[in-house]
Write a protein that binds this ligand. Structure first.
Ligand code: PGA
Length: 246
């Protein structure tokens, strides 16, 4: 049994004082047997790093540029994230695919840029409600993953994958453990065809994970942890989810 991975995605929430309280709450509640990560907004990375010094909680970012460096106003490179001590970066979150028109190709390029600097990309895939209802779930997630496999080739074993059905994000609707497992199995098989490391890779589930549904989701054979949004903003809820990931 591999260690589970639980990642908090703070999205565009927080303030210096709220973050300090949240991190203090997590430090008090831990450690857990799962690997725990918080992905925080860019301006708070340095302070988070300081607050987590000597702790087993890792930290990361929620996006990075596909470029190395250069005249890209407003962008943050994976080299900068590595420089700040980030171990992880979320790429291809559905909110970025939807609101910032990120393509499968761009998401793959961001994953490659992250790996080039030793930052593990957490690559998100997932179908919308309309796609699910049209029976396209498998086609969509496989297309999104295929772009990353194609670009990273033999390095694909180094990523973390997150299945986040768009209809379950922030809606209170969770995929049932069986629905999630079915998609995770499809993704695992796609990875198995691409790398010998597939069985050891982590495939996280995200979308309205809460303390009361986490254990059932994490008990599925191909669910290796969770990507947590709303519930990651409350120390009690996030630590209960980390505890559920035994
Ligand atoms: P949620 O968000 O847990 O609030 O549904 C998950 C995510 O967007 O990563």
């Amino acid at each position: 049994m591999h260690k589970k991975l639980v990642v908090g995605n703070w999205k565009m929430y927080g303030s210096r004082s709220a973050n300090a309280l949240l991190l203090a709450g997590l430090k008090e509640a831990g450690p857990w047997s799962a690997e725990v990560v918080v992905c925080v907004p860019f301006p708070y990375i340095a302070e988070t790093a300081l607050a987590l010094t000597g702790q087993s909680i890792a930290f990361g970012a929620q996006d990075c540029s596909a470029h190395e460096a250069g005249a890209f106003t407003g962008e943050v490179s994976s080299m900068m994230l590595a420089d700040l001590g980030c171990r992880y970066v979320i790429v291809g979150h559905s909110e970025r695919r939807a609101h910032h028109h990120e393509s499968d190709q761009l998401v793959a390029e961001k994953a490659r840029a992250a790996l080039a600097h030793g930052v593990t990309p957490i690559v998100c895939v997932g179908e919308t409600l309309a796609e699910r209802e049209a029976g396209q779930t498998e086609t969509v997630v496989k297309r999104q993953l295929a772009a990353v496999i194609h670009l990273l080739t033999h390095c694909i074993g180094e990523i973390v994958l997150a299945y986040e059905p768009v209809w379950a994000i922030g809606t209170g609707l969770t995929a049932s453990p069986e629905q999630a497992q079915a998609v995770h199995k499809v993704l695992r098989m796609q990875l198995q065809a691409a790398t010998k490391k597939a069985d050891a890779m982590k495939i996280l589930y995200g979308g309205s994970v809460k303390p009361d549904n986490a254990a059932q989701l994490f008990a599925q054979p191909d669910i290796d942890g969770g990507l947590i949004g709303g519930a990651a903003l409350k120390a009690a809820d996030f630590s209960a989810i980390c505890r559920a990931a035994m």
